[in-house]
Design a protein around this ligand. Structure first.
Ligand code: ADP
Ligand code: MG
Length: 697
């Protein structure tokens, strides 16, 4: 730890002191630089504040006022009320939940701001508004001068030492008024000029003590731009760097087994599949390591493409690894590939967390011997002790569940192997480039022609009887159905119980004259295989299942999918599930069943599902609804995380920054020019981990 950190420089700042400094440090704010980078979560300016005598019902507004009364009343339900007045009118805020907690937040005579929707109920009301405390003088100031106030993220620990938005505003006021905060510009002058960026020192000042809305916007733009620019620069550098390092493997030989497989396929490959195989083959012929992302909607036929790439590696004398995120998926790939490769004399092995010691030893021996083979596995592949000196190709399925660092670890097992990552989440190109970094992108933008549109409907639980009757009618016509139950790790036991009970119930009531089967993740592999085979042969007509069928099985005769508790599934997951039907001759139906009362966002998910079947649109909506971090699971995955920029809503800025960054690296690939010196220093200091992946001295 540096001397500076031990003595914590923040404690000497006016408004902080040793106690607050210690709390800030525990939140990761230990230096002056950390402090000025602690950005407000929102701003309120006078023009957004509505006087209390001018309220209208159903408006979303922010109001300010002095607390006149706080108390608890008993209506039909017990609730907390807080009455505020601004001298022109009054408003009552009410809380039905967390009454005791909120009661302690408000004191008569204090000034607060409330944000929320106005209702009229014997006077103007807001239910569960967002609120912030204000200093009294501050309020005058704001109302009289039109100043904008910054509001900061709060925590319990902050609150205990009196750190709230009001005190933060004071701290920044003293900091910027009384001291020179020495922040140097590091963005190149050319970019600054071209994008008219606010200089860094001014931008910090404006973030915390904005003078007006226009300049605040410029400050925010600067920091968003900067965040995207730095990331894009890393990507551009990585790319330039990888491209200039021709030490990978070249696979020059045509694959005989690929050709054999091609000629015996029971269907015609789509043009998109063929194009993508050509792109991959071209990459593989080159000695530069392939680094390619393969996007394709569920059912687009990525597995076949992957298999063909693996056969190229095998027929050139190398091993190929296929890494997937779950054991079920690994088993299913193993099962499918074994079947597809029958008679082609290909060695395939499966390595997962549940592979026994003996089998593992056998596999490690054959891997170590360098024998050309396909090895399919989970994370276990990364942590497996065997080196794979003859590993020529790595394919990673469902990319976004693996991080950059995990990928790097697997790559280290070989000597510059080719890498292909596959994802069923077809997000827009710029976002893909941002998320997946320095990869080339191939897109399978065409589904096999045998796919039929699926009718998707959303129904409430009270229509169950009708739904079951509908399913029976289709069973009578010889078709089959899936009934899907949610199962998540956090409530696995209860979920499994619910699914099992439903199965027992349905089997003896609604579907007592039909053959019903049950499938769930924790079953033994052999048992699962048996059930799936029975379903394929129509020996099982109704398959009750937890989400294990999300991937893999292909039963064209299954035309109905009923998803129970559909509100508990994410959009992409629903889309993947639905992709299991609509593969046969008859019309298919997907029924989303939910309780009557579900949250707003869940409602939106259901609506989107009923409106579109386009994986692109669904992925984009999913990203919008969940946000970047949630969508990519940023923290564990090593995906870029953003502090202030939002790749979805700020996409135009992202595109500007990307263009500028790539141009800069093209002109100065090693950042050696004088005007890039500061930039290089900054990247070294702040993006160390990523810089370590790049060799620029
Ligand atoms: P995904 O891209 O979702 O991984 P899969 O590779 O699992 O899709 O393919 C889904 C199904 O479509 C598989 O049963 C596969 O054999 C089949 N398939 C792949 N390509 C074609 C094609 N060109 N025509 C018809 N069916 C195909
Ligand atoms: Mg797949």
């Amino acid at each position: 730890m540096s001397e500076e950190k031990k003595t914590n420089p923040l404690q000497y700042l006016k408004g902080i002191g040793p106690k607050r400094a210690a709390v800030l440090q525990r939140q990761g704010i230990a230096t002056l630089e950390d402090l000025i980078n602690f950005f407000p979560r929102k701003y309120v300016d006078r023009s957004h504040i509505v006087d209390l005598n001018l309220l209208q019902p159903d408006q979303e507004v922010t109001v300010v006022g002095k607390i006149e009364a706080v108390g608890i009343r008993h209506g039909r339900r017990r609730f907390l009320y807080v009455v505020i007045s601004d001298g022109k009118g009054i408003l009552e805020a009410v809380w039905f939940n967390g009454i005791e907690y909120f009661k302690n937040q408000f004191k008569v005579g204090e000034w607060v701001s409330f944000s929320g929707k106005v209702q009229f109920y014997r006077g103007f009301q807001m239910t569960h508004p967002e609120f912030d405390r204000l200093g009294e003088g501050e309020l005058d100031n704001m109302l009289n001068t039109g100043k904008i106030l910054a509001f900061y993220p709060g925590t319990e620990a902050f609150k205990r030492v009196g750190l709230n938005s009001y005190t933060f505003r004071k701290i920044f006021y003293f900091l910027f008024k009384n001291m020179t905060v020495n922040v140097q510009e590091y963005l190149p002058p050319k970019v600054m000029g071209q994008r008219q960026l606010l200089p860094r020192d001014r931008a910090y000042y404006q973030m915390h003590l904005p003078e007006d809305g226009k300049i605040l916007e410029k400050a925010i733009y600067r920091f968003k731009y900067e965040e995207f620019f730095n990331l894009q620069l890393m990507l551009a550098l990585q790319r330039a760097h990888l491209k200039s390092k021709p030490v990978g493997i070249s696979f020059p030989k045509k694959s005989e087994r690929l050709e054999k497989l091609y000629y015996r396929l029971p269907f015609k490959m789509t043009e998109a599949q063929k194009r993508v195989v050509r792109e991959i083959r071209k990459d593989m012929r080159e000695p530069t390591p392939m680094n390619r992302l393969l996007q394709g909607d569920v059912g687009a036929g990525k597995t076949l493409v992957a298999l063909m790439a693996m056969l190229i590696a095998l027929d050139n004398g190398y091993q190929a690894a296929l890494m997937v995120p779950t054991e079920i998926l690994a088993e299913q790939h193993y099962f499918n590939l074994t079947r597809m490769l029958e008679g082609l004399d290909v060695e395939i092995n499966l390595l997962t967390g549940s592979t026994g010691v003996k089998e593992r030893r056998r596999i490690n021996e054959t891997l170590g011997s360098g024998a050309p083979q396909i090895i399919i596995g989970t994370h276990a592949l990364i942590y497996n002790e065997a080196e794979m000196p003859n590993l020529g190709l790595i394919i990673i399925d469902e990319q976004h569940r693996f991080g950059v660092m995990q990928r790097a670890k697997l790559i280290e097992k070989g000597r510059q192997p080719d890498v292909l990552v596959m994802t069923a989440t077809p997000i827009p190109r710029t976002l893909a480039l941002t998320a997946y970094g320095s990869l080339d992108v191939s897109i399978i933008d065409e589904l096999p022609p045998n796919r039929k549109p699926i009718t998707t409907i959303w129904r409430f639980d009270n229509t169950a009887a009708k739904i079951y009757r509908f399913i029976r009618e289709h069973l009578e016509m010889g078709e089959q159905a899936y009934i899907i139950y949610p199962l998540v790790e956090e409530s696995e036991k209860m979920d499994l119980k619910a699914a099992t009970e439903a199965y027992e119930h349905l089997k003896s009531t609604e579907f007592k004259n039909y053959r019903v089967g049950l499938l769930y993740g924790r079953m033994r592999a052999a048992e699962k295989d048996e059930i799936m085979k029975a379903f394929v042969k129509n020996e099982i007509q109704v398959l009750v299942s937890t989400t294990v069928i999300e991937v893999g099985i292909d039963v064209p005769n299954a035309t109905i999918m009923l998803i129970e508790h559909a509100e508990r599934f994410g959009l992409s997951q629903l889309h993947q599930l639905r992709g299991r039907i609509g593969r046969g001759k008859s019309k298919s139906y997907c029924i989303l069943k939910t309780p009557y009362n579900i949250g707003e966002i869940a409602q939106q998910r259901m609506k989107i599902m009923t409106e579109t079947q386009d994986g692109f649109i669904i992925a984009e909506k999913d990203l919008e609804l969940r946000g970047w971090g949630d969508f990519f699971g940023t923290r564990q995955s090593g995906m870029p995380d953003f502090k202030i920029a939002n790749p979805i809503t700020d996409r135009p800025i992202l595109e500007e920054a990307r263009e500028d960054a790539f141009k800069l690296v093209k002109e100065d690939p090693f950042l050696r020019k004088a005007e890039h010196k500061r930039l290089l220093e900054y990247l070294r200091k702040h993006l160390k981990e990523r810089m370590d992946l790049i060799n620029i001295s």
